[in-house]
Each structure stands twice: as structure tokens, then as C-alpha cells.
Design a protein around this ligand. Structure first.
Ligand code: UD1
Length: 421
């Protein structure tokens, strides 16, 4: 088990290159199942979630080769079981995104139910309702959901809840259905738009991605493509906060500025300078940060995946900030650990009241989920003395070599292998 040790108090200056987006890569890996010719993906981040998705694809019969540039060949799919097993789904919920492609292409699949997840219940009822509307027959047994359909048929369907994974699953299924589908109350996240771009490159006919209503004319065949994954807005946002709280001056090369507006707006409200430059986004932290209030919402609202990191910014700011989480019911698990480092945060239901500025002092803390881990790294950057973060495998799901990239801009941060759990 690895641990990360940070000696805080350094001002971060320099450049960090933003890598490919995890949440774009995962569904696009699944989309490779919709064809029978190879797909080449470029700028793929080296993350454990991407590896887990690769293992799932191999288990289904794909060959997956390469690193950073992945070539996924689905020619062998269909001869073995079409199943997403519990062992993979429990480590990564996005595994359920193979459901739509498998059902559409092979007419059947069996996927483990994801069950409870650290940041809330996270059901998949909307995925299933959407696939059912397209003609899937669904049966639950032994902790698995089994789906069957001869040929999916285009239909009109409205999601009850805005769901990123649900929208992606249903749009992939509809892409190969017979006839036209109209999907309403769709997620509008950039990663949904990116998937639509990929599917359209493959030969799909999807209109309206990025708005809440999509029209999808089903086609008979899709083809493998060559595609570069877009840069990660959450990784960029995390480094933006790192620059802002350390009074730093960091250029985030390739930051996806168009997708960062809600984060840029909040950082500017807190007093940071965010400047668009030809090579990316420069973030300059102020001498003193101002308190902010924010509410997480589906895109184009403030992303829940940046909530924990912004909480650290709020603790570093002067005055009282209020952060409201509306997407996941249990996404404040970083709070007790931040309090152990010296934050003053009071949680009432889905509202956190933060009084700053905190005088963080380093200690040993435990990562609980991906973005919570990022918040602990950020707190460690401004804590006095030594902060030791355990269970960093959570961090490795979504940030590639975060310690090296922060070290490159002046942080005193190291990874040690073989720490106790
Ligand atoms: C994706 C992102 C994750 C991000 C989340 C919200 C990936 C791989 N992960 O997760 O990083 O935090 O979007 O932006 O892209 N819900 C239901 N029924 C469903 C599906 C979802 O009630 O069938 C609820 C969830 O419990 C949650 C909300 O809808 O409260 C949003 O979840 P969803 O958008 O589906 O998140 P994911 O796609 O799992």
C-alpha cells in the first residue's frame, strides 16, 4: 500500500500539462464494443480506472494493447460470456457502461449490480428504464442484472434524474437501435458531448448532445475510429485550486477552458486570477482568499467532482463559506479528515459551513474516495509540517502521478511504497 508524504508551505510556480479525461476515456473504451473493427484512443491517462476498464474489455473478448495510445480490437467479443463481473463493478461503477453497447451489439449481457458506493447509494434504475424503453427485457438474479433484446427499437424516453452514466449507456444503445430515439432530461456534461462526437465519428447519427434533449437515428453498423481523448477538466480544476491556495502562479497547459467556466468563476470570486493564455490557463493565487458559497449541480452547474477540492479553498479563505452538495448524498467524507488537519467545518445534512482561514497542521490522514483524496493532498500543500496520506490507491484511480506533477511546480511531496493500510 502506497502513502504520500507532503511537507506543506511551498508556493507553487511553473507549468503542469493537463492529461486526458478519465470520465471521457471510460465510456469511450466501452463504445469500442459497438463495432467489430479496432478503435485507437490517444492521450489516454494512465489510471487504475482505465486499466480496470481494459481488464473488463479483455474479459469480454477484446484485445487491448498499448499505453497512452490504446488499441481496442473487439473482434473476439461474443464467443465467451458477455458479463461484467462483481469483482470489477465493485471497484469501478463505470463498468456498468458496457451494458448499452453489449445489449445493442450482441442482444444480451449480464452485469453485476454496483451496490453501495462510498459516496452514496448510486442506483442504476435510470440506465435500466432507458434500456427497457428501447426494448430490453430485464431480469435481476443473484446480484446481477440480465438484459436481453433481439434488436433494440428507437423510442422516446425521459430520464427522471439527470445521470451522466445513464445518458451514456442509453445513447450508445440507441445508436444501434432500429429507428429514431428521443431522449429527454439528458446529462449535458462535456464527457457526454465527447461520447457523441466519438459515436458520430463511428457512423452514428446523434443530434443535440450537450443539450438536455437528444435525437438519435439508429444505424445498422458502426466502425472503429481513431480519437484523442479531451483533457481532464477535474484534474485541471484540482491544480487550479492548488495554485490558488498556495499563492502560486501556475500555467495549466491544455486546460479545457470551455469546460471550466463554473470553476473559473468561483476561483475568481475567491480572489484568484485566471488568465487564458495561448498555451492554456494561468492561475495566480491572491495574498488572501475570500469566502465563497457554492452549490453542486449537473453541468453547466458547479461539478460535484470539484466539491471536495473547493472545500479546501474555502477553509483557506477569510470568512464563512457555505457549500451545498446536491448530487451525491454522502459526499462529505473528507470533512472529518480536513478537520483533523485543522479545518473548522460544520456539516448539516447536505450543507457544509466552513469558517476560515484554517491553520492547517500536518498529521496522518486517510483517503476515502477519489476526490476526497485530492482534497487531502491540497490541504497538505498548505499545512505546516508533515502530512501523510494513506490509501492513495483512491487517488490513482483519477490522477496520474499527481506527486511528480506537483513536485515539478515546487511542492515537497513524495510517494512511498509499502505503507501500512
Ligand atoms: C459520473 C462521473 C462521476 C461524477 C458524476 C456526477 C464517470 C465515470 N463518473 O458518475 O465522476 O461524480 O457523473 O457528475 O463519468 N442516479 C440515479 N439513478 C441512476 C443513475 C444515477 O438515481 O440510474 C443518481 C445518482 O445516485 C446520483 C445522480 O443520479 O445521485 C448522478 O449520478 P450519475 O450522473 O449517474 O453519476 P455517474 O454517471 O455514476
Amino acid at each position: 500500500m502506497d502513502k504520500i508524504v507532503i511537507h506543506g508551505g511551498q508556493r507553487l510556480t511553473g507549468e503542469i500539462r493537463i492529461l486526458g479525461a478519465k470520465n471521457a476515456a471510460l465510456p469511450i473504451q466501452c463504445a469500442a464494443l459497438l463495432t467489430d473493427t479496432p478503435t485507437t484512443l490517444r492521450h489516454v491517462p494512465r489510471l487504475s480506472d482505465v486499466k480496470t476498464m481494459g481488464e473488463l474489455l479483455v474479459g469480454l473478448g477484446c484485445t487491448v494493447e498499448g499505453d497512452r495510445t490504446l488499441v481496442i480490437d473487439p473482434a473476439g467479443v461474443g464467443s465467451g460470456p458477455l458479463e461484467a463481473p462483481y469483482e470489477l463493478v465493485k471497484t469501478m461503477r463505470a463498468s456498468v457502461t458496457v451494458m448499452g453497447p453489449l445489449l445493442a451489439r450482441y442482444g444480451r449481457c449480464r452485469v453485476s449490480l454496483p451496490g453501495g458506493c462510498a459516496i452514496g447509494a448510486r442506483p442504476i434504475d435510470q440506465h435500466l428504464r432507458g434500456l427497457e424503453a428501447l426494448g430490453a427485457r430485464i431480469r435481476m438474479a443473484h446480484g446481477y442484472v440480465e438484459l436481453k433484446a433481439r434488436r433494440l427499437k428507437g423510442a422516446s424516453f425521459s430520464f427522471d434524474v439527470v445521470t451522466v452514466g445513464g445518458t451514456q449507456n442509453v445513447m450508445m444503445a440507441a445508436a444501434l437501435a432500429k429507428g429514431t430515439s428521443r431522449l429527454e432530461n439528458c446529462a449535458r456534461e462535456p464527457e457526454v458531448q465527447e461520447l457523441a462526437i466519438v459515436l458520430n465519428k463511428m457512423g452514428a447519427k446523434i443530434h443535440g448532445a450537450g443539450t438536455s434533449a437528444m435525437e438519435i437515428e439508429g444505424v445498422d453498423v458502426l466502425n472503429g475510429i481513431d480519437h484523442a481523448i479531451l483533457p481532464d477538466r477535474i484534474e485541471a480544476g484540482t491544480f487550479m485550486v492548488a495554485a490558488a491556495i498556495t499563492r502560486g502562479d501556475v500555467l495549466l497547459e491544455h486546460a479545457p477552458i470551455d469546460h471550466l467556466h463554473p470553476v473559473i468563476a468561483k476561483l475568481e470570486e475567491a480572489g484568484a486570477i485566471c488568465r487564458v493564455e495561448p498555451r492554456g490557463l494561468r492561475v495566480i493565487g491572491p495574498e488572501a482568499l475570500k469566502a465563497i458559497d457554492l452549490v453542486t449541480r449537473p453541468h453547466p452547474g458547479f461539478p460535484t467532482d470539484m466539491q471536495a477540492q473547493m472545500m479546501v479553498l474555502a477553509t483557506a479563505a477569510h470568512g464563512q463559506s457555505i457549500i451545498t452538495e446536491t448530487i451525491f448524498e454522502n459526499r462529505f467524507m473528507h470533512v472529518p479528515e480536513l478537520c483533523r488537519l485543522g479545518a473548522d467545518i460544520h456539516v448539516n445534512g447536505n450543507v457544509a459551513i466552513i469558517k476560515g482561514p484554517a491553520k492547517y497542521t500536518g498529521t496522518t490522514v486517510m483517503a476515502t474516495d477519489l476526490r476526497a483524496s485530492a482534497s487531502l493532498v491540497l490541504a497538505g500543500l498548505v499545512a505546516s509540517g508533515k502530512t501523510e496520506i494513506r490509501r492513495v490507491y483512491h487517488l490513482d484511480r483519477g490522477y496520474e502521478t499527481i506527486e511528480k506533477r506537483l513536485r515539478q511546480v515546487g511542492a515537497k511531496i513524495r510517494r512511498f511504497h509499502g505503507a501500512p493500510n
